[in-house]
Design a protein around this ligand. Structure first.
Ligand code: GAR
Length: 198
């Protein structure tokens, strides 16, 4: 019998993508299980969400850097993910650059959702970059995580129209509605592939 794909979700923000994943699981549309949620932000929405759904939610101190974690804190994350027997790591609004040892602990087993049509607009607040550039269309991308930032192999993309009267907030909200469909769909595809009977 097929068993659900065991996920570990890392996030720094409100956790709406994590909610979308959990709601699809609860609704029987995604054959997966969120085994652990980890955040570098102690009072983040994503940790509150984990509590709401009875999923173990853990805060890991980021350390002294702004954009990445201390290697020993990454090590702690690897340990937690392994203990939870995670098969696929999902970065859902995790605002730190992933380095070693986390990268090599989950080769081609770590995905990220990014709010633009990569390779356009890497980095932070990509929806603002798209607005500033005068784009008419943007979107979101799910990709494998590797050493290059926001540049791993693309697994799925959704386009989103930019309206003439869009504000950064209205555009990000529209992109997020697409993210909430795309991310669970990509995870479902991976679950199908990984757990296909040999
Ligand atoms: C999402 O829009 C995600 O694409 C973005 O952070 C937001 C998290 O929202 N991630 C990045 O910008 C990563 N480069 P959420 O906490 O509501 O899921």
């Amino acid at each position: 019998m097929k068993r659900p794909l065991r996920l570990g979700v890392l996030g720094s923000g409100k956790g709406s993508n994590c909610r979308a994943i959990i709601e699809k699981i609860v609704g029987g549309q995604l054959d997966a299980e969120v085994r652990i949620v980890i955040s570098d932000v102690e009072n983040s929405g994503i940790l509150k969400l984990a509590r709401e759904f009875g999923v173990p939610g853990l805060y890991v101190r980021p350390g002294r850097f702004e954009t990445r974690l201390e290697p020993e804190n990454e090590e702690e994350i690897v340990r937690l993910l392994h203990e939870a027997e995670v098969e696929l790591v999902v970065l859902a609004g995790f605002m730190r650059i992933v380095r070693q040892p986390l990268l090599s602990a989950f080769p081609r087993r770590m995905i990220n959702i990014h709010p633009s049509l990569l390779p356009k607009f890497r980095g932070r607040e990509a929806w603002k970059q798209a607005l500033r550039a005068g784009e008419r269309v943007t979107g979101c991308t799910v990709h494998y995580v590797d050493a290059a930032v926001d540049a791993g192999e693309i697994l799925g993309q959704e386009t989103v129209q930019i309206m003439p009267d869009d504000t950064p907030e209205s555009l990000h909200a529209r992109i997020q509605r697409s993210e909430h469909v795309l991310l669970p769909a990509v995870i479902a595809g991976i679950a199908e592939k990984l757990h296909r009977p040999k």
